[in-house]
Ligand binder design. Structure first.
Ligand SMILES: [Zn+2]
Ligand SMILES: [Zn+2]
Length: 128
């Protein structure tokens, strides 16, 4: 293995030499900028508002099971008389059709995995 050699900091104009890509100061700034970028990327998708909505919805609709776990039941299975734990919070009107209803509780329904897959397939079939 060759010995590590000093090289200039990747930040233009920074005179610091270091064994890493950036000097410690600019490395810290780089990490901060990366985190900010990731933060805005998540805001473009579901984002923090969605996480809060999902959490509040789960708290409001959940029931504690024998182990004290918060369980929400699948509404589609419930219609069939089956009690199955929901794993996803589904948008009744998909986000791409009704983005303004993204955080609207009336547009949300808890589904189990298999009902979520079924709902996804059905939605795609209608679109064709
Ligand atoms: Zn630097
Ligand atoms: Zn289900």
């Amino acid at each position: 293995m060759p010995a590590k050699f000093l090289r200039p900091c990747a930040q233009p104009g920074c005179p610091a030499l270091s064994t890493t890509t950036r000097c410690p100061l600019h490395q810290a700034q780089h990490v901060q900028a990366e985190n900010a970028r990731k933060g805005s990327a998540s805001a473009r998708g579901y984002g923090a508002g969605w996480k809060r909505t999902r959490y509040a919805y789960w708290q409001a609709h959940g029931q504690r099971d024998a182990d004290g776990r918060l369980v929400v039941y699948c509404v589609a299975c419930a219609e069939e008389g089956v009690q199955r734990e929901a794993t996803v919070l589904d948008h009744i009107q998909p986000i791409h059709q009704a983005p303004e209803l993204r955080l609207d509780w009336d547009n949300l329904r808890p589904l189990c995995n298999s009902c979520n897959v079924k709902a996804g397939r059905a939605a795609r079939q209608i679109e064709r």
